[in-house]
Design a protein around this ligand. Structure first.
Ligand SMILES: [Zn+2]
Length: 684
């Protein structure tokens, strides 16, 4: 249920911070209620909705001009600031009302031209609607309850039943000049109304100030929620959640099936599964196919989720491949049918679903990055609630394919294609073992900087939590002792359950164990082998299984289907006194790199390693550095720089080398040395 979050003290503090000018104070309160709206996902989500304030401003000549502060594109209401509500001169916006038509490009241009600050973001595409309704403050949401109401077959009767004359209906028109015209006409036909219901789209309300408009948004939305709740049947008994170990193969196979929608050199999509009670109950409905055949809850969702979801009933990999192929066929037909009617050439987007309903499992968001997948999942889950409530209250009847196409292939959206190249490793899922350690975290940061989604594996505890907090963003982790049986499989399954798959394994965890061979306790060597060899081996096996599930088709065509990167060691080739128990398993891991490269090359899997030496880390602590430099009669700086380049090698250098290997196409079976130069440890 939506709630009125207005707090007098908070509001006063916001206004006071803006100073004594009443215009600045009104704008501060406008920012405040915009944030209150943006904070509730049942009002707006992910850049949806917009807000405005009519005010005055002083221009460069000192003249007072009437302006409209309206949400700028790229701002999210939940975190908006005054700069996100740029001022546009109102009188030219009002003059546009006299035009018969205005192209989207001209509308954007004239709005930009009238910004008081030329550096401000583009005003919302719904700017004219805000301008032409004369109320001082206007709010627009895509509230979940309003989306349900707005897509009912009997929307007019239901709206009248709930609101009487308080809301005016506006028939569906795509956002832009024509919608603003339709909304202004509807407003003028019933000027006493408190707001508008945009059929198949959302809700508008207004008021004399920020407080009263926001109060109406909440009151109206709560009325619709109550009305829907009275029609909602008892919740279906949800099916039990699938355990992670069973979810992972389904997602990996789905990701592999989705690969068929993309070129072989494109990153596979990231998946975001939502399997809470609501999603599982929804995905147990008998009418999934019927519900999936209809469009989106509000037009801009099509940009994030495509016009309809892929429904998976049979989770067998071949059945999912067939389902994806059928989706792509339907999508191509949709494009071929509607593209000729567009007002210019259109470039087809990848014919890949943006959301997937898996019967008995849950709802999956699909995106080019973890962030895009999260947004798609949020929208898909809201959309499922809208469908379920709509069906209970009369039906879900959204816009049809032709209107969907107009929105999805809007010229303003098409113009964005190809602009701004994504980071080189966007969407690649990278698992790093020992991810909380010095080299592991540096490596994770280096991959994240290239756009990858990171999954850190380390012992549970404060270090792992701190590493994840340091990474921030849409990254994840898993705590466990990787020397235990089954631990690698569980960690890889958790990664797949979180992101839908795995692209690059960085098998990094290790620990230096000391002792001479002649007197080494048997158990010490065996323990070292568990971490410094068998854990690498177990992660390689688990990763290979995922690569096969998601990348087999690509690998068979000679394209890359996964990567493994190992942190080996200088010890693997150049024994150090007292380090037998470390060097022996590392030598086996060095061989593992070459054996895996040999075995997996034909499947498109590249396998490479790094031989690093003398890096400050958990393996080389300050005490060890002090002891060794003393033993050699040099100071610590000289000890750490004891290499051909006379420069200390840092964790970041190892991290950069991992990223370089990850991007070195056609390189496999290679071990790169990162030690500042040491001829004794050079590979032949
Ligand atoms: Zn809207």
């Amino acid at each position: 249920m939506v709630a009125d979050l207005w707090d007098d003290a908070e509001a006063r503090a916001m206004a006071d911070a803006a100073g004594p000018d009443p215009r600045a104070r009104a704008l501060a309160l406008r920012v405040y209620t915009s944030r209150l709206i943006g904070r509730d996902p049942d009002l707006v989500m992910h850049g949806g909705g917009n807000t405005s304030l009519k005010s005055t401003a002083t221009d460069i000549f000192g003249d007072e001009v009437e302006v409209l502060h309206v949400k700028g594109s790229g701002w999210d209401l939940g975190t908006i600031e005054a700069a996100g509500l740029p001022a546009v001169r109102l009188s030219p916006l009002l003059r546009l009302r006299a035009l018969e038509r205005l192209s989207d490009e001209d509308m954007v241009a004239v709005q930009r031209l009238n910004l008081l600050d030329p550096a401000a973001p583009n005003p919302s595409v719904e700017t004219l609607l805000h301008a032409w309704i004369p109320h001082p403050v206007i709010d627009h949401t895509h509230a979940t309850a309003f989306l349900t109401l707005a897509n009912l077959p009997e929307v007019a009767a239901a709206t009248r039943e709930i609101f009487g004359d308080r809301l005016t209906l506006v028939p569906y028109v795509m956002p832009g000049f024509a919608l603003a015209q339709a909304a202004a006409l509807a407003y003028e036909a019933n000027p006493e109304a408190e707001g508008l219901l945009l059929v198949n789209h959302g809700h508008f309300a207004w008021g004399a100030d920020a407080r009263s408009s926001y109060a109406r948004i909440i009151e109206h939305t709560a009325l619709v929620e109550d009305w829907l709740a009275r029609r909602r049947p008892a919740p279906l008994h949800p099916v039990a959640a699938l355990p992670v170990a069973d979810v992972a193969p389904v997602l990996a196979a789905l990701r592999g099936a989705l690969a068929s929608c993309l070129p072989d050199d494109a990153a596979l999509p990231v998946l975001d599964l939502r399997a809470g009670e609501d999603e599982r109950a929804f995905c147990a409905r008998p009418d999934l196919d019927d519900l999936a055949a209809r469009g989106v809850a509000t037009p801009d969702h099509v940009i994030r989720t495509k016009g309809w979801p892929l429904v998976v009933h049979d989770r067998a990999p071949e059945a999912m491949r067939a389902g994806v192929a059928a989706f792509a066929d339907r999508y191509r037909r949709y494009f071929d049918t509607h593209a000729p009617q567009a007002n210019g050439p259109r470039t087809m987007l990848a014919p890949m679903p943006g959301s997937v309903w898996i019967e008995g499992v849950g709802i999956v968001g699909v995106g080019a990055s973890a962030g895009a997948a999260r947004i798609a999942a949020d929208i898909a889950c809201q959309s499922a609630r809208v469908r379920a409530d709509g069906e209970a209250a009369g039906g879900f009847r959204p816009i049809g394919d032709a209107d969907l196409f107009d929105m999805e292939y809007w010229s303003l959206e098409q113009a964005k294609l190809g602009k701004g190249r994504p980071p080189a490793l966007q969407g690649r899922v990278v698992l790093v073992t020992g991810g909380a350690g010095a080299i592991g975290l540096a490596t994770a940061r280096a991959f994240a900087a290239q756009g990858a989604s990171l999954f850190l594996v380390d012992r549970p505890g404060a270090a792992l939590d701190a590493a994840l907090a340091a990474l921030g963003g849409d990254h994840a982790g898993h705590g466990g002792d990787i020397t235990q049986p089954g631990a690698a499989g569980a960690a890889v399954a958790a990664c797949v359950a979180r992101f839908g798959g795995l692209d690059i394994l960085v098998s990094n965890a290790g620990a230096a164990v000391t002792g001479d061979v002649a007197t080494l306790p048997d158990a010490t060597l065996r323990d070292s082998f568990e971490l410094n060899f068998f854990a690498h081996f177990a992660f390689a096996q688990a990763a290979a299984a995922v690569f096969r599930a998601q990348g087999a088709a690509r690998g068979a065509r000679g394209a890359e289907a996964g990567q493994m990167l190992f942190n080996v060691s200088k010890q693997a080739v150049n024994p150090g006194r007292g380090f037998a128990a470390y060097g022996l398993p590392k030598a086996a891991t060095f061989f593992l790199v070459r054996q895996l490269a040999l075995e997996l090359g034909a499947e498109g899997v590249r396998v490479n390693g790094i031989n690093a030496d003398r890096i400050r880390s958990g393996l080389l602590t300050p005490e060890m550095i002090a002891a060794r430099s003393t033993a050699r009669g040099v100071d610590e700086g000289a000890y750490m720089a004891g290499n051909l380049l006379r420069a200390e090698v840092e964790a970041g250098h190892v991290a950069d080398a991992f990223v370089m290997l990850a991007q070195a196409a056609r390189t496999t079976g290679h071990v790169m040395t990162v030690d500042g130069g040491n001829i004794e440890a050079a590979l032949r």
